[in-house]
Design a protein around this ligand. Structure first.
Ligand code: FE
Length: 374
């Protein structure tokens, strides 16, 4: 049996109903709370107003840092840090999708160590410290509430960079299914497929271990049943909660295994074609599983059993378009493989694909036709 190395300090709570629990989770010693959000939808649905009112009633000073964009830029983090320092924040609450949570996480680290994000990104070893941080996801997919990763965009390149330190795991995570029922179907699908990718990739990672496999297979099983239900009946709170739990379990998995070639390849589609992160992963996942099949036949069988079908058939069932819809030419497929090849998550993919293999995986994903359910 491989050695176990498992550490998860985040206190995870499920709760339904209007963010009341969020205020109770903030430690008494924290007096000034900065809420970080990006989602205009969070604002529209009244979540932010309700959270601020709750914090006020509890005697906390509450401020809001709004406008974290999708795929947040490094500069956005620095603006958030300036805001946090100006209001003397000693606690942060991130409320939103993966982008808002990742930005909030990076702000919590950079504000604590009083350094610009670029400095923290370049430091080895990473600086220690983080402001107390509660993550409240309003989508079910990234698992950011239980990972140390903050995926930021370096707009100068452009490229995805990962700000992650030994202290960047959130102190607490609140999973409230009611916050996710307003997601449009497209976002429910994209984020749900992202969660599924995390679980599957975690199982196919050379860094997997029995504890992460146990969490991953349960995440695949939950997502396999709950995602089609949440798409068919958006107000189904049980399905929504199961997707939040699936996403959280899958986040715990990648907090330990990292992602694999599927995520490495996907970044090109997001950076150069504006494809949503989850959709980009979903377009590639079937081909990555096929690549892993000869290396890990038993695990691939377990994944397909838990999901209830092969991966491409599940994507079709969820209405996800194939990679062919991006109309990538030969040169672009090569560029996609070349951009993925140096990434560390390729090294931890079972079978360790070369740049040439990555090109073959991308071509296989392009060639795959939508598959009917068995
Ligand atoms: Fe992801």
């Amino acid at each position: 049996m491989p050695a176990l190395r498992f550490h998860l300090p985040t206190a995870v709570t499920t709760s339904r109903g209007g963010l009341r629990r969020a205020v109770e989770l903030v430690p008494a010693r924290c007096r000034s709370v900065m809420v970080v959000t990006g989602a205009a939808s969070a604002e529209r649905a009244g979540y932010i107003a309700s959270l601020v009112a709750g914090l006020d009633a509890a005697g906390k000073r509450a401020t809001v840092f709004r406008g974290v964009e999708e795929n947040p830029a490094i500069e956005t983090v620095d603006r958030g840090v300036a805001h946090a320092r100006a209001c003397g924040a000693d606690a942060l609450i991130g409320l939103g999708g993966g982008s808002a949570l990742d930005a909030a996480k990076a702000i919590a680290v950079c504000a604590a160590v009083a350094m610009p994000a670029r400095t923290v990104l370049a430091m080895k070893p990473a600086p220690r410290g983080c402001i107390w941080f509660l993550a409240i996801p309003t989508t079910a997919g990234t698992g950011s509430e239980v990972t140390p990763y903050a995926l930021l965009t370096d707009t100068a390149v452009p490229d995805k960079v990962n700000l992650s330190t030994p202290d960047s795991l959130p102190a607490a995570a609140l999973l409230d299914a009611e916050l996710t029922v307003n997601m449009p179907a497209r976002l429910t699908c994209a984020t749900g497929v992202d969660a599924l990718s995390h679980a599957v990739e975690g199982m196919l990672s050379l860094r997997s271990q029995p504890l992460t496999d146990a969490l991953a297979i349960e995440a695949v099983r939950l997502a396999g049943r709950a995602l089609p239900r949440a798409l068919a009946a958006p107000a189904d709170l049980d399905a929504r909660e199961q997707m939040l739990v699936a996403s959280c379990l899958a986040g715990m998995v990648i907090a330990h295994t990292g992602t694999t070639a599927c995520h490495a390849l996907s970044y090109y589609l997001t950076l150069h074609h504006g494809v949503h992160h989850g959709h980009a992963c979903g377009m590639l996942l079937g081909a990555v599983v096929d690549w892993a099949r000869p290396h890990l036949p038993g695990k691939v069988r377990l994944i397909e059993e838990a999901l209830g079908s092969p991966v491409p058939a599940f994507m079709t069932r969820c209405g996800l378009p194939g990679l062919a819809s991006c109309n990538l030419g030969e040169a672009e497929l090569d560029a996609m493989a070349a951009s993925a090849a140096p990434r560390s998550n390729v090294q931890s993919t079972a079978g360790t694909p070369s740049a040439r293999d990555l090109g073959a995986i991308a071509r296989a994903a392009c060639a795959a036709q939508p598959q009917p359910l068995p």
